[in-house]
Design a protein. Structure first.
Length: 94
């Protein structure tokens, strides 16, 4: 029994060179060009969504710093990272 997902069709215009590259890669990987395009879009979206999440987290941290003026000195961060690298599971807050 097949399970169908909701889907839609999008049209894209590609130059001949890009289309030929997709066809060539598809043959080498035994995949349809449609599959390659879909995979590329999924990977691109995942990467860009991560970039946006990290950017928003950075904005929140910056806003918190501007409001409080509180920062952690670099030497404390380095010492904590060294402990983690050495296998010591230490809490950040001391």
């Amino acid at each position: 029994m097949a399970i169908y997902m909701d889907s839609t069709t999008l049209g894209i215009k590609l130059d001949v060179k890009t289309r030929d590259r997709l066809k060539t890669l598809g043959r080498k990987k035994d995949r349809a060009t449609h599959w390659l395009i879909k995979k590329a879009i999924e990977e691109y979206l995942a990467k860009e969504e991560l970039v946006e999440r990290v950017r928003r987290e950075d904005e929140i941290r910056w806003e918190r710093y501007q409001a409080s003026g509180e920062a952690i000195p670099n030497d404390r961060v380095v010492a904590w990272l060294d402990e983690l690298t050495a296998g010591k599971r230490t809490s950040w807050r001391r």
